[in-house]
Design a protein around this ligand. Structure first.
Ligand SMILES: Cc1cc2nc3c(=O)[nH]c(=O)nc-3n(C[C@H](O)[C@H](O)[C@H](O)COP(=O)(O)OP(=O)(O)OC[C@H]3O[C@@H](n4cnc5c(N)ncnc54)[C@H](O)[C@@H]3O)c2cc1C
Length: 454
């Protein structure tokens, strides 16, 4: 029986680009399948910023949000098997009171497990734990042919690693087994290091004495001259009971009730300007830089601060925004990050969410984004000059041997993609094996010229 479809406009979290398309939301895992004809792409929670979960014009996005059953839990091994539409938030609500937490948590818990695998997401602990796909022990996948297969790092490892970071293009992930880590509490023991400029930030990232399980820096992207790269490095680890104040130590695994407020309106374009962002950044720097003594905070505030404000992307108005997230290999990271920040500050590109993270070695997935180096993220409101600015920035990035994060990108060209992902041919060989007709495809695969042979 054909599933009900909604004709609508489909976009990612950045609200750019927007494509007309069809959406269906299967109720049962057996309905997770391709249409009789035409192309389709899986869609989880739509938290990818660009066009990864957006179909070609008028094709189908298969949204997995109702496919969220928990299937098996092995507390001895910390292994959870669940349908891929389940969210990380649901995993945390299940696991935290039992003394477990995801090994890798990105900056939002409102994403699906399928989306976490397809983008091979990373957290603030990549330099210690690697990315999400490295903690997945098995995947069940529906291929374009309709056949359901199981793959893992031991069983059809090529298909497994092509699916990790494969942006949904190898098949629909039906279910996955993910490895969790034991925790003592749902609290984080944290500490902030204010940095007057980029040199100081790099010194702290490279200092083993100031490293922690999780480390990330908020960067004031409008600071320039001697203050270029002014930032606050935020470090922390899951608190053990001895680190907790007595009033929480007795109930250390109890999650705080969530407080979510929705951002009330689409802001007009003039509201976000270099002056308002500069004022926000100055205030934010002052309050965060003051926290130099160790302090304890809840996991929501440490890992997922943005989730407290639902629909916060409305801050950027109806035209949307882009996130430029790049990786620069370690050897040239300092100069590359400096140049990108200089260009952003000079162009007065008002980004008030700019983040710098140190990443560790990558995994065998050919299209996985994270690798040994540094990643810089800038959020930039859309305007007519943005595509040209990002095009230049991406050319500079590739000259440093860097690459863009496909889950955030909406602008890169096929050439820029190929330079950034030199293992694309290895991935393509698997794609040709499992879906030679490219029935599973997206606006991203079309834009980046991935659909070779079509
Ligand atoms: C506030 C915020 C913070 C973020 N922080 C981070 C971060 O710290 N680190 C990081 O790495 N990322 C981060 N991201 C990006 C986000 O984690 C990824 O884009 C993730 O893929 C989104 O998951 P989703 O379920 O919303 O997937 P969608 O956006 O719906 O889809 C993303 C990709 O996954 C594929 N996909 C989804 N479900 C399936 C499935 N069942 N089978 C096959 N393919 C599937 C889609 O086809 C698409 O290619 C952040 C995003 C936001 C909005």
């Amino acid at each position: 029986m054909a599933l009900a479809e909604l004709q609508t406009q489909i976009t990612g979290w950045g609200r750019y680009p927007l494509h007309p398309g069809r959406l269906n939301r299967p109720e049962k895992i057996r309905d997770l399948r391709l249409p009789e004809s035409g192309g389709a792409i899986a869609r989880g929670q739509g938290r990818a910023y660009g066009d990864a979960a957006t179909p070609h014009d008028n094709e189908l996005a298969v949204q997995t949000e109702r496919l969220n059953r928990f299937l098996a839990w092995d507390p001895m091994a910390g292994l959870l098997t669940l349908e891929a539409g389940a969210t990380l938030s649901e995993v945390i609500e299940f696991a935290a009171p039992r003394g477990f937490f995801p090994r890798v948590a990105p900056g939002t818990r409102l994403l699906s497990i399928g989306g976490a695998i397809a983008a091979d997401v990373h957290g603030k602990n990549h330099h210690h734990m690697g990315s999400f796909g490295s903690h997945v022990s098995e995947i069940e996948l529906t291929l374009a042919s309709g056949e359901t297969v199981v793959c893992s790092p031991r069983e059809d490892a090529e298909l497994f690693w092509a699916t990790v970071g494969g942006m949904g293009l190898t098949g629909f992930i039906r279910q996955a087994s993910i490895q969790l880590q034991p925790i003592d509490s749902v609290w984080v023991s944290a500490r902030h290091y204010p940095c007057a400029n980029l040199d100081e930030a790099f010194r702290i990232f490279e200092d083993p004495l100031r490293d922690d399980q999780h480390t990330v820096a908020w960067v004031d992207a409008l600071a320039s001259g001697p203050n270029l790269g002014r930032s606050v490095v935020m470090a922390g680890h899951h608190a053990v009971r001895d680190e907790l104040p007595p009033h929480v130590a007795d109930n250390a695994l109890a999650l705080k009730p969530k407080k979510e407020r929705n951002f009330p309106l689409d802001l007009p374009a003039w509201a976000l300007n270099p002056l308002s962002v500069k004022m926000f950044n100055a205030l934010y720097y002052k309050t965060q830089a003051a926290k130099t003594a160790p302090f304890v905070c809840d996991i929501e505030s440490f890992f997922f601060p943005l989730d407290a404000i639902g629909q916060w992307h409305r801050l950027y108005g109806k035209r949307g925004f882009a996130q430029f997230q790049c990786l620069i290999p370690r050897a040239r990271a300092h100069e590359g990050v400096r140049e990108i920040l200089e260009r952003a500050a000079k162009a007065r590109k008002a980004s008030f969410l700019s983040v710098l993270k140190r990443l560790g070695p990558g995994n065998p997935a050919p299209l996985s984004f994270p690798d040994d180096g540094y990643t810089l993220t800038l959020d930039l409101p859309y305007n007519d000059k943005l595509p040209a600015f990002l095009g230049e920035l991406t050319d500079r990035l590739t000259s440093y041997g860097g690459r863009l994060y496909l889950a955030k990108d909406a602008f890169a060209t096929p050439e820029q993609f190929r330079i950034g992902y030199p293992q694309f041919d290895q991935w393509l060989a698997v794609k040709q094996r499992v879906d030679p007709e490219w029935r599973i495809r997206s606006a991203l695969s079309q834009r980046l010229g991935m659909e070779v042979g079509q």
